[in-house]
Design a protein. Structure first.
Length: 315
């Protein structure tokens, strides 16, 4: 076991303890966590500086307000319900169709208005929230993902995670839903992680269940060599998020909508480490390179400069 740990360290792999002690605690003031842990605050911050987010249709704060769900939904046929303080994709309900008061989930499952209310009441009760605290239910626009992902995403919406360290992107990956993950883009639930070159926006390698793969497990389509549309703009959006919430170790999740382009989905003050597996390399050398640059740089750099720097430093 100790030999394996030594090998991982030599490969520059950052573990949970190192992440927390070297990066999260020194660079992420607790007072700023509320800016990213609360998805409503994240939306408001982003909109205040012109960063696009999925449109908010409504916010339910109490069981009493859930009784007005009919009015709130009106004639909306597609939408997403999620907890304001949720994590790991838990509690997210995607509605992809409707016939009167009958609703269809992304997998074709039929639910009625009463089950929608029940789900919302679970959200309010803290079933899906961080720490099990009482929560709020968000109803928002359902992203219609870019056609480039049609053949490599099972039902759900793929997203792109960018790790931003001290305001500079350090690594990125594409997360693709699978049948096993029930249409969710969460790697621990069986989704596919695909490394992305910061320089080119091309996918480099793919993993599922910590094993390297070449093709999507459900469709058989290749996952390497795919160009992410509008990569420079997407990388810049992730970089700008450091101004929204100046956390030194920040995970930025972005979705690509077919009509609206890049949308900020959420930010994370404690981003996981599976991004290293998806890229086939450890984070440590990249974080060290950013530390070295920050130590030498005497001028405040714009988001545009920092995004270009990342593309220069890291392939």
């Amino acid at each position: 076991m100790f030999q394996r740990i030594k090998q991982l360290r030599q490969a520059g792999v950052v573990g949970i303890n190192a992440r927390n002690n070297r990066y999260v605690m020194p660079h992420n003031p607790r007072a700023l966590y509320a800016l990213v842990d609360d998805k409503i605050k994240t939306k408001q911050l982003a909109q205040s500086v012109g960063i696009a987010v999925p449109e908010l249709y409504g916010l339910i704060r109490s069981v009493g307000e859930s009784g007005n769900l009919d009015t709130l939904l009106q004639d909306r046929h597609t939408f997403v319900i999620k907890p304001a303080h949720g994590s790991g994709g838990n509690g997210i309900l995607v509605i992809s169709g409707r016939r009167r008061n009958t609703f269809f989930k992304h997998d074709g499952t039929i639910i009625d208005i009463y089950r929608l209310r029940h789900h919302i009441e679970n959200i309010l009760g803290g079933v899906y929230s961080l720490g099990g605290q009482p929560d709020q239910a968000i109803i928002e626009y359902r992203v219609k993902f870019d056609p480039v992902f049609n053949s490599i995403s099972y039902h759900g919406v793929p997203d792109i995670r960018v790790l931003v360290y001290r305001g500079i992107p350090g690594m990125a990956m594409l997360r693709l839903p699978t049948k096993r993950s029930d249409g969710r883009a969460n790697l621990h639930q069986g989704a596919v992680g695909v490394g992305i070159s910061l320089k080119t926006g091309m996918t480099t390698l793919a993993v599922c269940d910590n094993r390297r793969i070449d093709e999507h497990p459900d469709f058989g389509h290749t996952l390497v060599g795919l160009a992410i549309p509008g990569w420079e703009n997407l990388l810049l959006l992730a970089t700008r998020c450091y101004e929204l919430a100046p956390l030194g170790y920040l995970g930025v999740d972005i979705v690509l909508d077919a009509k609206l382009g890049p949308l900020l989905l959420e930010m994370n003050a404690r981003p996981g480490l599976s991004i290293q597996i998806a890229n086939g390399q450890g984070l440590q050398p990249r974080l060290d390179a950013i530390d070295e640059h920050c130590a030498q740089s005497q001028l405040f750099e714009s988001a545009e400069q920092r995004a270009k720097l990342a593309a220069t430093l890291f392939a």
